[in-house]
Design a protein around this ligand. Structure first.
Ligand code: GLN
Length: 484
């Protein structure tokens, strides 16, 4: 059952071949057996899951079920869940139980999904390998000596390893697409503002966006339908109407113009990854698409720009974790200053501290113009490159990552090498655009992702293209063997 898609499982539930309780128990049993190796969950919510499964079975029996009713999912541990701990993979929030659900969680719960638990991630979503988690790294189910990617590494590992049907994620600079690529699953980051950020712990507010990691584009369409749309509690949520994503999946690709940015196929790209990406592009050509060379001349600036903007916003967002209102508090503080200093020193890990220091520096008087303001100007240039490109092409494609999953520990001592993992994903966030990664042919047994970038609010188009590719190929059906 754990290798089936949402549509297949929903059919089985409706036909009463199995109940949601049986399906949920199947996943809980797998988590108990396999997750000690993968470490893809921080918290498993057994009781909550079984109660939701029973409620879903009631809805199915009453003929009141939708396409997601009774489907077991997991949430990245950055989304607030009422009654289930939300740690953001930080010691700071190790004891935090939110009093309300994030909008995304609440909307999915309304459809009758079952929440199996909260997935592992990099601390406060800062990282590309899941190795900054306070709870230890998640592991890649294709090779457990390797990272699953990050920051939504637990979600990617859980979906790829058959420990949930699908999982939510967040993407500030690549954190859905990069782990989706490294674990061989489908991942979509919608347009900035498409899904509400209410109840999603803030990292870099002008970049953060919720999305999903799934077995197929078809599953992603179903979930995004439930999650997306205006939310008055998030002032940056878009008032744009949400189209029927599933209805658009079948559209023909004849005449689709695909742009390949020269900057995404240059030095630093692994030859095997490039060959897999090009083989997938050839499949899309067979489906009627045409390929065009384009340029995003400012793309090489995206990593340096991001590493000013994201730390600056994080230094401000994370100021709220002060040991007073919630979160970790040090023992026996001498006075208020000691309370702040020691609570934060003890509660945050090294990468989070590094970002807070860089961000505070970039925002300080005297440096603000040279760093933060300059980065915001370059961000406009990067967005302008995309605007011009979308006058010529419908979708931009390239590799999601420069290489396949690396060994645990390989980059932990070199932050810059770690940051360069997101070289192809970050520009999309800076421009606020939707991006999707689909699995293509593996290299040496390790998954590879093809990235598709769309114009503003074109996530329906991305899902359509990914779905047509998945109908014509079976790369997305490959699954790793259970770890011994
Ligand atoms: N890897 C990037 C970072 O470390 C992006 C993380 C993300 O998208 N949340 O900031």
């Amino acid at each position: 059952m754990h290798d089936q898609s949402i549509a297949e499982l929903a059919e089985g539930l409706r036909a009463r071949r199995f109940s949601s309780r049986e399906l949920t128990q199947h996943f809980l049993e797998r988590i108990e057996r396999i997750d000690p190796t993968l470490n893809s969950y921080i918290t498993v919510s057994t009781d909550v899951a079984l109660a939701a499964a029973d409620a879903a079975d009631g809805r199915i029996a009453a003929g009141d079920a939708g396409p997601l009713t009774g489907i077991p999912l997991a949430h990245k541990d950055i989304f607030l869940t009422r009654g289930i701990r939300t740690s953001c993979a930080s010691r700071m929030l190790d004891n935090f139980i939110a009093p309300f659900d994030a909008t995304v969680v609440e909307r999915l719960a309304g459809t009758g999904v079952v929440t199996l638990g909260k997935t592992n991630m990099d601390e406060f979503a800062m990282g590309s390998s899941n190795e900054t988690s306070y709870y230890g790294p998640a592991r890649n189910p294709w090779d457990t000596t390797r990272v699953p990617g990050g920051s939504s590494g637990g979600s990617a590992a859980a979906v790829a390893g058959g420990l949930c049907v699908a999982a939510t994620g967040t993407d500030t600079g690549g954190s859905i697409r990069q782990p989706a690529a490294l674990c061989g699953v489908t991942g979509i980051k919608p347009t900035y503002g498409r899904c509400s950020r209410w109840g999603m712990i803030a990292f870099a507010s002008s970049l953060d966006q919720a999305g999903v990691l799934t077995r197929s584009a078809e599953d992603a369409a179903l979930l995004l339908q439930a999650m997306a749309g205006f939310d008055q509690r998030d002032s940056t949520s878009a008032r744009e109407m949400v189209p029927d994503y599933s209805a658009g999946l079948g559209d023909d690709l004849t005449g689709l113009r695909i742009g390949l940015p020269a900057e995404y196929f240059g030095e630093g790209l692994d030859a095997g990854v490039e060959a897999s990406v090009r083989a997938a592009l050839a499949e899309l050509e067979k489906l009627g698409a045409t390929i065009h060379d384009i340029s995003l001349p400012n793309a090489p600036l995206s990593v340096p720009v991001y590493y000013v903007v994201a730390p600056a916003e994080c230094s401000s967002n994370l100021a709220r974790f002060d040991g007073v209102r919630y979160g970790h508090r040090c023992e026996a503080p001498k006075d208020l200053e000691d309370l702040y200093k020691r609570s934060r020193a003890e509660g945050f890990g090294d990468e989070v501290k590094r970002r807070i220091m860089v961000g505070t520096y970039a925002l300080s008087a005297g440096y603000y113009d040279a760093y933060y303001l300059k980065a915001q100007q370059l961000r406009q240039l990067i967005a302008g490159d995309f605007r011009r490109a979308f006058e010529q092409v419908d979708v931009i494609m390239g590799p999601t990552t420069p290489a396949t999953a690396f060994e645990l520990g390989a980059k932990t001592d070199d932050p810059v090498a770690m940051y360069l993992n997101d070289i192809y994903t970050i520009a999309t966030n800076l421009a606020g655009l939707p991006g999707l990664s689909v699995p293509v042919a593996p290299v040496n047994g390790l998954p590879v992702g093809l990235q598709m970038i769309g114009d503003t609010f074109a996530e329906g188009r991305l899902l359509n293209v990914a779905h047509r590719l998945q109908q014509a190929t079976d790369w997305h059906r490959a699954a790793p063997a259970d770890p011994a």
